[in-house]
Design a protein around this ligand. Structure first.
Ligand SMILES: [Zn+2]
Length: 309
């Protein structure tokens, strides 16, 4: 069984203004490195479908989904928050990004793909139940997790978030939801300044100080994530795969290196494979240094595809 790679041209047309770091070139940088590394030949490509209201409404109030549809502009740019904007293509891009995560879940839970990576934008992990935020409109991984539970009968889903920012939206959606475990690392104190005050028991949040580096990251994963994942016994793992903790990324200061992304993917798989039977979905979140993003995604997908680190 191959690893699926899911994307859509609509995700290239969503633009939030000149100089915005969350830009279409990010997806092109990933494509470049897939070809340069030879990984391309091992992947099965799929076009992302549009997420449906039924799928979105498992996470977001339908009024919120309607409000986003309503505010989407026919021309020009509309700002949803100081960092998040929509152009005339953004609604479809957001629906494709979430639809990719749903298709990934269908392929993996249905036994058609061993694992799946969604190369999509906008990202999703800051999107709360009823609030867009931090470049995010719909919470892609959250919709995928609920889809796994409701459409495929998964009893337990683990969300693994290694983006440099805390996935406050995912926490908002799942705190105290016993069917979902979220493990995360993030730079702290840093945007969005959440994740450290009384997290719910199903949230394993590990804040790291600026400058932490590979060693502290690996220690945090080994000490905090892996025991929690082993205890939880998830039937599906979903990565919130952000690559903005990389040392070359100016967005933040955690200073991870390319091999850390292969390492963490392998560690999480090893801890969960007995229960997931290898079922892993991954969706792109952040990552703004183009070359480092492309290389790190290759490291991550190589392990998903069983090709080693
Ligand atoms: Zn981020």
């Amino acid at each position: 069984m191959a690893t699926a790679f899911i994307t859509h041209s609509d995700c290239y047309r969503h633009e939030m203004g000149r100089g915005h770091p969350e830009r279409p070139e990010r997806l092109a940088a990933i494509e470049d490195q897939l070809v340069a590394s030879g990984l391309e030949a091992h992947l099965q490509r799929h076009e992302a479908p549009l997420a449906t209201d039924e799928q979105l409404a498992r996470v977001h109030p339908i009024e919120y989904v309607r409000a986003i549809r309503q505010v989407a502009p026919q021309a020009g740019t509309v700002h949803l928050d100081p960092d998040t904007a929509m152009n005339p293509y953004s609604l479809d891009a957001a629906l494709r990004a979430t639809g990719a995560a749903v298709l990934a879940t269908d392929l993996v839970m249905g036994g058609k793909s061993a694992s799946a990576f969604c190369s999509v934008r906008p990202p999703g992990h800051h999107a709360c139940r009823a609030r867009p935020m931090g470049f995010c409109i719909f919470n892609n991984v959250a919709v995928a997790a609920r889809h796994a539970i409701h459409a495929h009968g998964a009893a337990r889903v683990a969300i693994v978030d290694f983006d440099v920012h805390h996935g406050n939206g995912t926490e908002d959606i799942f705190e105290h939801d016993a069917q979902v475990l979220m493990v995360s690392i993030f730079q702290h104190p840093f945007y969005p300044y959440s994740g450290t005050e009384n997290p719910a028991p199903n949230m394993v949040n590990v804040p790291l100080a600026a400058g932490a580096g590979s060693q502290q990251f690996r220690q945090a994963v080994t000490r905090h994530w892996l025991p929690a994942l082993q205890k939880f016994k998830p039937e599906l793992v979903i990565f919130s795969a952000g690559f903005d903790a990389h040392a070359e990324d100016d967005m933040a200061m955690l200073r991870f290196a390319d091999p850390d992304y292969a390492w963490v993917t392998a560690q999480v798989k090893q801890a969960t494979d007995p229960h997931t039977r290898g079922r892993v979905v991954s969706a792109l979140e952040g990552g703004y240094a183009l070359s480092a993003l492309g290389r790190s995604v290759v490291q991550h997908i190589r392990v998903l595809a069983g090709l080693g680190g």
